[in-house]
Design a protein around this ligand. Sequence first.
Ligand code: BGC
Ligand code: NOJ
Length: 816
Amino acid sequence: MRYGRFDDRLREYVITTPQTPLPWINYLGCEAYFGIISNTAGGYSFYRDARMRRLTRYRYNNAPFDLGGRYLYIRDNESSKFWSPSWQPTRTKLDRYECRHGMGYTTIGSTCNKIEAETCYFVPLGETLEIWRFRVTNRRKKPAKLSVFSSIEFCLWDAQDDATNFQRNFSTGQVEIEDGVIFHKTEYRERRNHFAYFACSGKLAGFDTQRDTFLGAYRSWDSPAAVERGRSFNSVACGWAPHGSHHVKVSLKPGETKEVVFVLGYHENPVDRKFDPPGSQTINKKTVRPVIARYLDSRNVAAAFQALKEYWDGVLGIYQAQSPDPHADRMVNIWNAYQCMATFNMSRSASFYESGIGRGLGFRDSNQDLLGFVHMVPARARERILDLAATQLKTGGAFHQYQPLTKRGNNDVGSGFNDDPHWLIIGVAAYIKETGDWGILDEPVQYENEPGSEQPLYDHLRRSFNYTMERIGPHGLPLIGRADWNDCLNLNCFSDTPGESFQTTTNKDGKVAESVFIAGLFVLAARELAAIAGNRGMAGEARRCVAEAEKMEKVIYEHGWDGQWFVRAYDDFGKPIGSKVCKEGKIFIESQGMSIMAGIGLQDGKARQALESVNKHLATPHGIVLQQPAFSRYYVHMGEISSYPPGYKENAGIFCHNNPWIIIAETMVGNGDRAFDYYTRINPSAREKIGDLHRCEPYVFAQMIAGKDAPTHGEAKNSWLTGTAAWTYYTATQWILGIRPDYDGLLVDPCIPKAWDGFTVQRTFRGTRYQITVQNPRHVSKGVREILVDGRKLSAQILPVFKDGKTHDVTVVMGK
Ligand code: BGC
Ligand code: NOJ
């Protein structure tokens, strides 16, 4: 069953029932102020950091799920009936319901008792606030007298503390109410210099700021006492649970529409100007008042919404494609690109599955996210690279995560994931290929955020490379450390204590267990580093990288080839993992994808053979599982991977993140049909028709689809924040459609289904626009016969970099 439809023209997904299998969410904000919002207005907001600056509350894993949000209630003052125009939280039957998730905004519209309502939620560019533009229309034949109540629950900033430290928190809450604006100022009296505000353009009939007064004791969000009786209590919170609710009366003639704007925002004051008058305890509102006034004006709201639309036109316009496949097109042109913005901003921190408390920005995750983001806003990619590099350890290793607010490495998670440093090389390479900005390599960047430790960024890349060279195991392969890309392959953990973190527990000295995956990644990164060094005139350094890559390649052939596929790792006993000699976990996906992407086995048929093995043992109609056979029990020497029941997550789930590695590998060997088939299997748009099985949003990729060993094979989980976003985008645009930035220009190297007649791409690259038409008259998958640029034949496959800011026509004819 379908729960909605794509509206590609408006770049929206239209959800036609509030009762989706799971909350289907969207993100508000793309710079500093963010929110998640579900199709029934559930969700919360935060400034920069979902843990440390949370504005509103949300209770994860609640029953019913998805409670806590940006709620409005409409009350008919004649009949006393009330309902939520977003369905939740009253869940009153609506006569019409439609949620449109768009690029940075969500609009929820409904009709109930002949009252039509439409609320558009968005964050204006450049602001740290969100707008709820509420429109209400009377579809009755007689006048309507309504009350509208807003409702949000303030979070006491640190989301972790907010959910646990009640002995303190029940006594700290403070608000101010001035000119109808509710200010949330808990802890402002002491060390915070920020507060939240909640304003409303309508004339207030009342307000509430104490949650339990608004709701009434033992009542829930579906029947707040204030709404039921039709009048606010004008409660002023002190301690307990600060809340924001306005009450506005709206009278409507038949057919009449009125608009009420609500503004929820975050504001900081200079530390020495927190109070007004100075010496008092009253918030200084001098700089926030004009911001509030601006957005309570409907004209400014309309202009800000238009600006947001234009922003997205620009961002998405950088790469547009028209292929014979509508699912691929809407992912490439709209949703996958949009998801890449969310993963860039959020990493894995805040979604319906990530509480915003557990994880900051991952080192490897954020570097990989760049692959799908760098072309959209290169300046922000640059800033991210420098921030990440500044957390790098002097050893070349990396803090596994950093906190977005402080931009500092997170000590609780620590380091020792031995793949981490290489992703910095991959991220920087992608950035330079896109922008040609070689200067980034000269930027002085600290180590471990220590002033005085600055070295050029290039030095960081060199230390990343050396990090592996200094950590080689008994077979000559890289030592795995706590884990590699697969966070759950914990070969040095040996934990037998319930609840102990697999990520941070280490009981072995780490001198034996090795990773073939890191070996492949090392080869890939070393070749990039060689290209970078060569380009900078450091021939000796380039030669060293190439030599080490070749050496590692030999080791992979010797100890990393199992006969029909690549081995995955060696455990602490020196025994292979991912080999025919294993009982379970005989073949893994990661080392196949990574080795081939690094170019290993392309010459001698091993790559093809490994890909055949993947097809035979790992491919399912719903995507490619991570390994087979699944682990049937917990193995202390394997760690978290064997903690999951078979078919879920890293234990033989379809971990979508690394499906694209296989797809890229298939394009490298020229298998366009299979590459595209694999791509389509996990493409959420193509899976829309099996919504009851898939269950997650059909417009974004999920981290995981349950594998063939799971009773729920085909069910997706952990949507939105996943490396799948960047990798599938990168795969579709650069390897299938094959329009691939390289150091010296834009490479054209498609690998498509044979049946395709061709496709077109418009790409802005280093300031010029390329209008590319690819023709496939001989129905091949790969191979370029001829390229014409502005009518002139090009001898290479790389489109030149024009510095003229113009549009250039490119015709590509495929064939042998
Ligand atoms: C998950 C991994 C994740 C890790 C670190 C594990 O529980 O299965 O996918 O990378 O936690 O957050
Ligand atoms: C999710 C994590 O965010 C990522 O870093 C890791 O590579 C994958 N899980 C696989 O374990």
